[in-house]
Design a protein around this ligand. Structure first.
Ligand SMILES: Nc1nc2c(c(=O)[nH]1)N[C@@H](CN(C=O)c1ccc(C(=O)N[C@@H](CCC(=O)O)C(=O)O)cc1)CN2
Length: 284
């Protein structure tokens, strides 16, 4: 078997084309959505992701507001920029690029954000609303995974899903989305403390790999025909991405998301969706 590709690039392009029309309609009503980003430090990956977010904004007509602080920025300096964007009417939604440098209290920063401007869906109020089943902006990568599966016709209802990882951007919220009544998947969450990862993986119809452990998942761990989403990002000596999924998995899986070109572009597209939806809500 050679897996079919879950094409994140093409799917994200289709989403952005739809958003371009919606942004134009908002502008006709006098509303220009504006995405703010707060980037702290000089991590090359984070710089690349933030630059990509602003390129996307330009493509669909969303205004960009960029704030950058050095790696030496203090908690108070970062919090001052959060307050500034909370108060800026041109900024209709914003994100704080994660991870923040060591020594910064990330949770305190997220809690300080205006939850109505939280374009990532990572503010505790919005994560809480997700738990309660209330409408909320959805975390971008987990929502990108769902959209990618849906748009390729992969059955989620009733599926056995294994999520590998428990970080705040993917691992924690992913099962919350998958177990909503609208998705009705059965989820097993695995992590570094899981005793026999392979035994769990082999039962899965869908694997969401967000461990950040190079080639952790190999062909023998995957049920033939399963859908495998590779979200892990490690870098080799040349700076190239090495995912969580070994290339041999393509011979066993039914569906596979490339990395790069899979879930990454979907993360960016879903961020734009959150910004546009918030602006649409503001005009009723
Ligand atoms: N505030 C947030 N921080 C982080 C998030 C997030 O959703 N919100 N997720 C990740 C990083 N991320 C978004 O910020 C992100 C990751 C990957 C991509 C992407 O387009 N990747 C490309 C490859 C790019 C490369 O070559 O390095 C791809 O997969 O094709 C976009 C955004 C952690 N932080």
């Amino acid at each position: 078997m050679t897996a079919q590709i879950l094409d994140g690039k093409a799917t994200a392009a289709a989403i952005k084309s739809d958003l371009t029309a919606r942004v134009a309609a908002l502008k006709e009503k006098g509303v220009t959505p504006g995405l703010g980003t707060i980037l702290v430090g000089d991590d090359p990956g984070s710089q690349k992701y933030v630059a990509g977010k602003h390129r996307d904004c330009a493509q669909v007509g969303i205004a960009s507001i960029q704030r950058e602080l050095p790696a030496t920025a203090t908690q108070e300096e970062i919090e001052a920029v959060v307050r500034e964007l909370n108060d800026d009417p041109a900024c209709t939604g914003y994100i704080v690029q994660l991870p923040l440098p060591k020594g910064i209290d990330e949770n305190r920063i997220l809690e300080l954000m205006d939850p109505h401007k939280d374009a990532d869906g990572l503010h505790p109020m919005n994560l809480g609303r997700l738990v309660l089943g209330e409408p909320a902006p959805l975390p971008c990568t987990p929502n990108g995974v769902l959209t990618l599966l849906r748009r390729h016709g992969v059955e989620i209802k009733g599926a056995e899903v294994v999520v590998v990882g428990r970080g705040v951007t993917i691992g924690r919220p992913m099962p919350l989305l998958l177990t909503r009544r609208s998705e009705n998947a059965t989820v097993t969450q695995c992590h570094t403390g899981t005793r026999d990862l392979s035994a769990h993986l082999r039962r899965a119809d869908i694997i969401v790999a967000a461990a950040g452990s190079p080639h952790l998942i190999r062909a023998e761990d995957v049920k033939p025909g399963a859908a495998v989403l590779d979200i892990g990002v490690s870098r080799n000596a040349e700076g190239k991405i090495v995912g969580d999924v070994h290339p041999d998995v393509a011979e066993v899986a039914g569906w596979l998301s490339p990395n790069p070109g899979g879930v990454g572009p979907m993360t960016r597209a879903q961020l734009l969706v959150n910004v546009v939806e918030a602006a649409e809500r503001s005009v009723g």
